[in-house]
Write a protein that binds this ligand. Structure first.
Ligand SMILES: [Zn+2]
Length: 312
């Protein structure tokens, strides 16, 4: 095979194909600029192709990284939705707990016998956190939910503070009431038979005529333990005519109690005693017909019926 160009004066070149066999020569006449143009075209095509390949690759990369980003954003969104729902549930539970606290406080108040806290004072009922249609998935919805949670939390913190103040002030009242209840002569000084009540009765010595009995009598065996009927301080422990060996307790609030005819005194003047503490032993000292406890209660110095306080 042979290739040849025949130079001419024109702007054209002739390309000749001369086979070695006897076939005829093929000659093609082309403009001189054509090979350069073709070469340039090929270079341009290569450049365009490679830049297209580069662009396609980079678009592909972007697409897969976007896809990854979108799926992780979706995961975050789902997690946040869960968090929002949890926060909403939390606020509901805290509201419920606040109501429970007031109920518990009221139970304590009922036990110690003081006025209950009203709903207005407690201010726990006012807000029920609004629930939002969960089927709507717009971001507006989430923002709305977050706003509601914010409002709800603000209200909760205000309520927690006012409940705290309410509990503090209630506690002061409750403590005072408990102190009073402990001091109040409310228990029986001895668990034996009551043989005489407070008031007018037949004279036990002469069995004739009547006399005023200023307390309650409990009959029993000598040595039976006698209990203080409330918290207090011993203001007298010794002998008094008529009462024999006697103990007098002051409970505060204008209340005093007296325990007469004891065989033995176990506390002395100035001692502090607790409700149900054993203070003496039953006897028959003083003006007595047999072993018994004579028990009196006074309010502001005036005799009162002890049964009025017993188990009250
Ligand atoms: Zn008596």
């Amino acid at each position: 095979m042979k290739k040849a160009f025949k130079k001419r004066k024109s702007n054209h070149a002739t390309f000749m194909y001369i086979p070695e066999s006897e076939s005829k020569v093929v000659s093609i006449r082309i403009p001189k600029w054509l090979p350069r143009a073709v070469a340039f075209g090929i270079v341009l095509l290569l450049a365009v192709t490679s830049s297209l390949i580069y662009m396609t690759n980079s678009l592909n990369d972007k697409y897969s990284s976007s896809k990854h980003e979108i799926s992780s954003l979706a995961a975050i969104n789902t997690a946040q939705k869960g968090e929002i729902e949890k926060l909403q549930n939390d606020t509901v539970q805290i509201h419920q707990q606040l109501e429970e606290n007031i109920k518990a406080l009221n139970q304590i108040k009922e036990i110690v016998g003081i006025k209950k806290t009203t709903e207005n004072e407690a201010e726990t009922k006012a807000v029920q956190p609004a629930t939002i249609d969960a089927s709507k998935e717009s971001s507006d919805n989430s923002l709305q939910q977050i706003d509601q949670i914010k409002t709800s939390y603000k209200e909760l913190s205000t309520k927690l503070l006012s409940q705290r103040q309410l509990i503090d002030s209630s506690m002061a009242t409750i403590k005072k009431q408990v102190t009073y209840l402990n001091a109040k002569p409310s228990i029986s000084p001895v668990n034996t038979r009551i043989t005489a009540n407070y008031g007018t009765r037949k004279n036990p010595f002469t069995n004739r005529g009547s006399e005023f009995h200023p307390g309650m009598d409990f009959a029993g065996e000598t040595g039976t333990p006698i209990k203080a009927t409330g918290d207090g301080v011993v203001i007298f422990s010794g002998w008094q005519s008529g009462y024999g060996n006697v103990i007098i307790l002051s409970h505060g609030y204008g209340l005093t109690t007296l325990y007469g005819h004891n065989s033995k005194l176990l506390v002395k003047k100035g001692d502090k005693v607790k409700k149900a503490q054993i203070i003496s032993k039953m006897g028959s000292t003083g003006r007595s017909t047999g072993p018994h406890l004579h028990y009196e209660v006074r309010l502001n110095g005036n005799l009162v019926n002890p049964s009025k306080y017993l188990n009250n």
